[in-house]
Design a protein around this ligand. Structure first.
Ligand SMILES: C[S@@+](CC[C@H](N)C(=O)[O-])C[C@H]1O[C@@H](n2cnc3c(N)ncnc32)[C@H](O)[C@@H]1O
Length: 346
């Protein structure tokens, strides 16, 4: 009944959503892209914003910067986001697409919510009392707002409360210069305090993120948590490899959390020939970007992830497949937490 009501409301509100989508697409193409600002950064961000508005995941920072991001505007937000939220509220429908934590196994439609929850949990563990982590780095930060407000579980990266060391985490964000300066402008325009975050503009394909961070006061001898969400697929194999090897050289106890796409999907091989070709075309046409990197997810995907991580000097601390290994045999990708082994671990 709720699904039906939601579907009916969606049909009625569709013209408004269409207008919003058209204005949004226009702004991505003709306001963002000419300035070199990431278009793909909106994909996970819009999901987090939607979850916030629906009331399933708190993200006040995302809400505050929304009207100040280059591809968004009050018209886009009202017609795309508010209409969907109204349909969900009036119908009471909270299907898996709007759920947080996302369902497992996730699907193509729900994997961003699954991924968001996986990374929220990893960040919360790094920020928790008793954690050895002293620095928090977001690589390819886009419009991520985890450094600017309480996390969904209530932990706050800005506040020392509850942390064993009694010190707040040192926060860093790395992104390509145009995207990063658009974010800083949006944070300032929204009045979001970002004084505790150090911004290190870097293009991973041109420059070492580690060298850039060191120039900005990063201490490689302190245990560090690195969040690398939604980025590896846009880099080439060498850039991913180099990043993981650089993480492996950080202080013991350091961790990196990242996601990857199935290599079979990126290369449009079985069982993703159709989906891979469609996604390749859509990504290029809409965002002008291509998927480059993937790790094979042929069963058993967890073992392949372990081999991949260990070959780069790290230890696998957490793995989840996304996109349903059970249904398809080959998941769409995976989520990883990898740590720098402590020499005392043997
Ligand atoms: C899909 S977005 C993900 C953003 C953010 N991590 C999130 O989950 O909301 C990919 C991000 O990676 C950044 N990125 C892509 N290629 C990069 C490169 N070569 N150097 C630095 N950043 C890059 C983009 O600017 C963008 O912010």
């Amino acid at each position: 009944m709720r699904v039906l009501l939601f579907a009916l409301l969606e049909i009625v509100l569709f013209p408004l959503q269409l207008i919003g989508s058209l204005v949004y697409s226009f702004r991505v193409r003709f306001v963002n892209m000419p300035r070199g600002i990431s278009g793909t950064a909106y994909e996970p961000y819009m999901t987090r914003l939607l979850l916030h508005h629906i009331g399933s995941r708190n993200d006040g920072g995302a809400e505050r910067i929304a009207p100040h991001l280059p591809a968004l505007s009050p018209l886009v937000l009202r017609s795309m986001m508010d209409t969907l939220v109204l349909a969900a509220r009036w119908s009471g429908f909270r299907g898996s697409v709007l759920a947080y934590p996302g369902p497992r196994p996730s699907t193509m439609m729900t994997f961003i919510s699954h991924r968001t929850h996986f990374f929220d949990s990893a960040v919360a563990a790094a920020a928790a009392a008793g954690s050895p982590i002293r620095q928090f780095v977001v690589l390819g930060a886009g419009w991520d707002t985890r450094s600017y407000g309480p996390l969904p579980d209530g932990a706050d990266l800005r506040a020392p409360a509850g942390r064993g060391s009694g010190e707040a985490l040192r926060c860093f964000e790395v992104d390509e210069p145009p995207t990063q300066s658009a974010k800083v402008e949006a944070l300032r325009a929204a009045g979001v305090d970002c004084g505790h975050v150090v911004f290190a503009p870097t293009d991973f394909n041109q420059q070492s993120w580690l060298a850039s961070l060191k120039e900005h006061g990063f201490d490689p001898d302190l245990p560090t948590f690195i969040l690398w969400e939604g980025v590896t697929m846009y880099l080439d194999d060498a850039a991913v490899d180099k990043t993981l090897r650089e993480v492996a050289g950080l202080a013991p106890g350091s961790c990196v959390a990242f996601d990857f796409l199935s290599r079979e999907l990126v290369l449009c091989r079985k069982p993703f020939v159709v989906l891979g070709n469609y996604a390749k075309y859509a990504m290029k046409a809409f965002y002008g970007e291509s998927w480059l990197f993937g790790v094979s997810t042929a069963a058993p995907a967890g073992e392949r992830a372990r081999e991949f991580i260990e070959a780069r000097g790290l230890a696998l601390r957490g793995f989840e497949a996304f996109g349903g290994e059970a249904e398809r045999g080959t998941p769409l990708g995976g989520l990883i937490v990898a740590g720098v082994p402590d020499p005392r671990e043997g």
